[in-house]
Write a protein that binds this ligand. Structure first.
Ligand code: SF4
Length: 123
């Protein structure tokens, strides 16, 4: 378990005020949603080389899909993908990226050749 940064403890104590149930997990969420606006732990991005490889592969796959006539993703499906991502534990709200592939999701969700690395878009 990661130690709780002192600043996080200070903010939480201020928000919790009289609450005695301070969570020991630095990524825990306040049951009443009060911490999210102030403190939210985010998963790290993959290494730069991995992200560069993913980007190159995505560009290649998308080109192939376009040349082979695969239809574009509809706005409805794009919004459905974004909705799934925004509720995912691997989503990074600060930069709207997936922490597994490192992709910017407002871009990736529009690509017909791409899929969620966890298969969540297919559910
Ligand atoms: S692409 Fe998949 S793993 Fe990544 S944030 Fe979206 S739902 Fe989560």
């Amino acid at each position: 378990m990661k130690p709780i940064p002192p600043m996080v403890v200070e903010i939480r104590l201020g928000l919790c005020a009289e609450c005695v149930h301070l969570a020991p997990d630095p990524c825990a969420a306040c049951a009443h949603g009060k911490w999210d606006a102030y403190v939210r732990c985010e998963p790290d991005l993959p290494p730069l080389a991995t992200m560069a490889g993913n980007l190159a592969q995505a560009a290649f796959d998308e080109t192939l899909a376009r040349l082979s006539g695969t239809p574009q993703i509809s706005e409805t499906d794009i919004n459905k993908r974004l909705s799934i991502c925004s509720a995912c534990e691997r989503f990074r709200p600060s930069d709207q990226r997936c922490s597994i592939c490192g992709c910017f999701l407002d871009f990736k969700t529009r690509l017909r050749s791409q899929d969620c690395p966890l298969g969540k878009w297919r559910d």
